[in-house]
Ligand binder design. Structure first.
Ligand SMILES: NC(=O)c1ccc[n+]([C@@H]2O[C@H](COP(=O)([O-])OP(=O)(O)OC[C@H]3O[C@@H](n4cnc5c(N)ncnc54)[C@H](OP(=O)(O)O)[C@@H]3O)[C@@H](O)[C@H]2O)c1
Length: 230
């Protein structure tokens, strides 16, 4: 039975990944900040084991990596993310929110990758996935603003690419889910109701993850499988 590890699995895209992998017969190691309040995740059944984890607590990330050290983890998905103070103006940026964005969106995925490297490398699939964003692409940018979130996701691309080059024993890729109907952008988007649900996006991303090969390691891909510019 293959195993997937997911951060931020209590809602949004992470919850959908957990639900779909469990339905598909995978063992799911699901993490979230507050398991007591993660009712939807806990209801997924015995295939899902829930671990408390604030991904910005890097000591806790390392400790969980040691706890899971004997496991073989086929797919690790660094999904947890925040969009804080997504300012359109440099003067309005809250520097604490910017730092926090880097902790959660950039540094935490790399901390998870480091902590779980041995477990993923000894698995059959050997895949390490970071959930990025199209706005993290410098080459594809057609609009400005969203400085805090954008820069943290651009930096995620950079660290994930470096990690892939350093670790050919795994297949490491950044995947962009596209805009989805989740809490993250509920208050930002006028056409929120018309956006695809996370169910559809998780399904597309799971197909893409299953198709990734060693030749894709170090890449940045849209949910439809197309390569994105850095
Ligand atoms: N929604 C979009 O349109 C969109 C577009 C492009 C990329 N993305 C990316 O997709 C991923 C999933 O986002 P989503 O849309 O599902 O957002 P969401 O519904 O807001 O869910 C975010 C998840 O991240 C968790 N999280 C935040 N900070 C955390 C921390 N310090 N430690 C542990 N977990 C933490 C949240 O947990 P709590 O419940 O404890 O807060 C929640 O489970 C993110 O990386 C996001 O940047 C989303």
């Amino acid at each position: 039975m293959p195993t997937v590890f997911i951060t931020g699995a209590n809602r949004g895209l992470g919850l959908e990944f957990a639900r779909q992998y469990a339905q598909d017969g995978w063992r799911v190691l699901a993490t979230c900040r507050d398991p007591i309040r993660a009712d939807a995740l806990s209801a997924l059944g015995p295939a899902v084991t829930v671990y408390p984890l604030d991904v910005s607590d890097f000591a806790a990330v390392a400790a969980l990596g040691r706890e899971l050290g004997a496991e073989a983890i086929d797919v690790m998905i660094a999904n947890a993310g925040v969009m804080l103070n997504s300012s359109m103006s440099p003067a309005a940026i809250d520097t604490d929110a910017w730092m926090r964005s880097f902790q959660v969106n950039t540094m935490a995925p790399l901390a998870c990758a480091g902590a779980l490297l041995g477990s993923v490398a000894r698995s059959n699939e050997r895949k390490m996935i970071a959930i990025g964003s199209l706005v993290g692409s410098i080459g594809a940018a057609t609009q400005g603003g969203i400085y805090t979130y954008r820069s943290s996701k651009a930096a995620l691309n950079s660290v994930w690419r470096s990690f892939a080059l350093d670790h050919p024993e795994v297949i490491a890729a950044v995947l962009s889910p596209g805009r989805m109907r989740t809490d993250m952008i509920r208050n930002e988007t006028s056409g929120w109701d018309a956006l695809p649900p996370p169910e559809k996006t998780a399904s597309n991303l799971r197909i893409l993850i299953a198709r990734l090969t060693q030749a894709d390691s170090g890449g940045f891909f849209h949910h439809n499988g197309k390569t994105l510019p850095w």
